[in-house]
Design a protein around this ligand. Sequence first.
Ligand code: CP
Length: 294
Amino acid sequence: DRHLLGLKQLDKEEIVSILDRAAHWERQPNKVTHLLEGKFVANMFFENSTRTRFSFEVAEKRLGAQVLNFSAAASSVEKGESIYDTVRTLESMGIDAGVIRMKPIGLLAELAEKIKVPLINAGDGNNEHPTQALLDLYTMRKSFGEIKGLTVSIIGDIMHSRVARSNLWGLQKLGANVKFCAPDNMRSEELGEHAPYVAIEEALQADVVMTLRVQLERHDKGFIRSAEDYREHYGLTVERAGMMKPHAIIMHPAPVNRGVEIDDELVEHEKSKIFTQMSHGVPIRMAVIERALA
Ligand code: CP
């Protein structure tokens, strides 16, 4: 199966093999290879993106593939065409693989049964964002040598977070100890069966403190009282970062709401891996595209 739908379905050996291959690509001195010459990859984004879309495009171009970029706003989706018909249309034109981001949950598995070319999940609703978690795992492995035994706290909007879900599945398979920290109305009971919710003071005593973006676009009005209130109770402030262990690192999938879930001064702090995470997005996505096509 060359699809990549999520980390829940991937076994530990496959995850490690993607991380190892990404390390190979990160070491490559040549910016462009010819590995995927003659292959066409379509990036199909039905939801907005900066990091994921561009790092997939850089990865595809570095592997020598031809890249087609589809954005819903400039397409016949605006006329009411469905996601399935759109993907089927691009398949009929001869694409070899598709990278897809969309809002509906459950649709990707249906598409993967009907579409013959490999599909790579670039984020589906609040379900999974596997390449984000892979680049997060890669960043942790590179920072600490191994993931087994690490304590990783994921703080914030757990309920709406596909990043939290993919990281949970990946981290537990690799032997990390995951803790969640979230206000009552941002918790997912289903995820609480897999990892405990802890107070912010306990969450700060981890090897990795991963803060999540407050996803205002997925909330009804009134879900958070105010940005100041969220920051006061759950934000990674300069004061709270001072309570972290000396060796611990700060992560965030970005984009960040500076001054809400993380203070402005911490985004590029010496403990922060936020821009390092983004740079790892390229070798990880090279490994994932290669797995789908090479
Ligand atoms: N982290 C992430 O997925 O960012 P984008 O939404 O900009 O792709």
